[in-house]
Design a protein around this ligand. Structure first.
Ligand code: NAD
Length: 475
């Protein structure tokens, strides 16, 4: 009997695969679901409907099938990292190829899947109560251009592990790689467990399609990763939203710090993918006592120091005035190589340079705006409390990420409390806060504004309680 069902299912899947679009014929009638192309849909409604139908099937499957789906995604990210990383760089034209590959090959491998799920229990004289973590249903997810496919892949792993299905609306400038990756994931998932459309995506994505996803009644939960505008829009939405918003991570270096480790960490974190990481080191406040030696050590770890005149030239190229007169980061230099920034600064940057740096004032635009470029300004301050106060100011209350280099445990406690950030890294690069050289799991969506923190499969679950009264008690 089971054999016959398996054969029929395989035949049906084969037919669907040859149609290449997931459309199903039922009793000779027209397809009951909108057709897509390995999860790619041109309208929000079709994508949500397909993901909704996929959820109804997915929820009947064992957790082992979720594991297979997640493993299919991880395997593609690892095995195809070079090709996919190159495609992402060619399309978005921001960041670095080695780090684009690293994000898929090494970072995605650390995103938790079904192994992270658990059941909580309370056992007592009156019986047993279980709290299970169960899926929401269809999740609407918005992803950024800075890590288009890694965010999609990381979200997909967490959300499918939790038993949900997903509709993605990617950033228009990173949409081709998002679509390509999602098609590959869906093909592998279909081969592994025979289900279509666990992941869907809107192509082409627009601000209108994002708004339609926000409002769609069949979307149970929104997950938004991006800058201030989309974070505001998601927070204003009537639907429950998990918001991974912008940051502007400061670094404080005090007199007790190991300067070698501080410089190595600032270069490693601030240069990663040309400083596109939302957790990346964006500005440094160092106490006067160690300021000059720190600047000197920076040059020994891949840093290249700009002069004041060169910083002025770079600032002219990197920022522009908006209609309201305030300064904005120009798109042109975001995520560009140090050599490109150097040309705009009028500096000949030696080959192998990872990060540009220079001394600036605390009120410099490179300090106060989230600039996402491999140039980090260093501000000289009289003492560590002043450094922490300026760090707090420069972070603008995002509560995202901050770094400290210090051997003084009082300073660690003081700064940790004052900054009140979702990620606080002491004596390491920012990436250590996501388990790369530090402890803990990794995510590309760090939900500060709504409080979920580094997202995991549990972030995308509802809690459901089952109480068995007067039984199942073995004590
Ligand atoms: P972005 O805000 O320009 O775009 C992010 C996404 O939101 C895109 O898909 C975009 O199309 C969409 N979008 C933008 N405005 C919208 C609106 N008004 N309504 C609906 N959708 C809208 O950001 P980006 O340049 O792609 O990414 C960089 C930003 O994202 C930085 O600010 C960075 O700090 C932040 N970020 C945060 C995290 C995190 O985990 N907290 C992770 C990555 C990036």
């Amino acid at each position: 009997m089971q054999m016959t069902e398996d054969i029929i299912r395989n035949v049906v899947q084969e037919v669907l695969a040859q149609m290449g679009n997931g459309a199903a014929l039922t009793n000779g009638k027209a397809p009951s679901r909108p057709s897509g192309n390995l999860g790619v849909f041109s309208t929000v409604d079709d994508a949500v409907t397909a993901a909704g139908a996929a959820f109804q099937e997915f929820r009947t499957r064992p957790v082992a099938d979720r594991r297979k789906a997640v493993e299919s995604i991880r395997k593609i990210c690892v095995d195809q990292a070079e090709e996919l990383g190159r495609l992402e760089l060619e399309e978005t034209k921001i960041g670095r190829l080695d780090h684009k590959i690293d994000k898929l090959r090494n970072a995605i491998a650390r995103v938790p899947g079904v192994e992270y799920l658990r059941t909580d229990n309370d056992s007592g004289d009156n019986g047993l109560t279980l709290t299970d973590y169960v899926p929401f249903g269809v999740i609407g997810a918005i992803t950024p251009v800075t890590h288009s496919l890694p965010t999609l892949a990381g979200n997909a792993i967490n959300m499918l592990a939790a038993g949900n299905t997903v509709v993605f609306n990617a950033h228009p400038s990173g949409a081709r790689i998002a679509v390509e990756g999602l098609r590959r994931f869906n093909k592998a998932i279909r081969e592994a467990i025979g289900l279509e459309n666990l992941l869907t995506i809107i192509d082409p994505p627009t601000l209108e399609s994002a708004a339609a996803l926000f409002d769609h009644k069949a979307v149970r939960l929104l997950v938004v990763t991006g800058g201030p505008a989309v974070a505001r829009a998601a927070l204003a939405s009537k639907k429950r939203a998990i918001v991974a918003g912008p940051g502007n991570p400061p670094v404080v270096v005090d007199a007790s710090a190991c300067l070698e480790n501080a410089a190595r960490s600032i270069v490693a974190g601030g240069s990663f993918d040309n400083n596109l990481l939302c957790i990346g080191e964006k500005q440094v406040f160092a106490v006067a006592q160690i300021f000059d030696p720190l600047m000197e050590v920076m040059t020994r770890h891949g840093g290249f120091r700009l002069t004041a005149a060169q910083v002025d030239a770079l600032t002219q190229a990197a920022f522009e005035k908006g209609p309201d007169g305030s300064l904005h980061v120009k798109k042109d230099l975001i995520g560009q190589d140090p050599a490109v920034l150097g040309r705009h600064a009028g500096a000949k940057v030696p080959e192998g340079t990872q990060l540009l740096f220079a001394e600036t004032g605390a009120d410099h635009p490179f300090v106060n705006l989230e600039q996402m470029m491999p140039f980090v300004p260093f501000v000289r301050v009289s003492n560590v409390d002043r450094a922490i106060a300026l760090a707090k100011e420069s972070e603008h209350g995002f509560g995202h990420t901050a770094m400290l280099h210090s051997r003084d445990t009082d300073v660690m406690s003081r700064m940790g409390k004052i900054m009140d950030c979702t990620i606080f890294v002491v004596n390491g690069p920012c990436t250590a806060g996501l388990g790369l050289g530090g402890e803990g799991v990794l995510s590309f969506s760090i939900a500060g504004p709504t409080g979920e923190g580094v997202t995991t499969p549990l972030t995308f679950c509802r809690q459901r309680r089952s109480s068995i009264i007067g039984g199942m008690r073995f004590v």
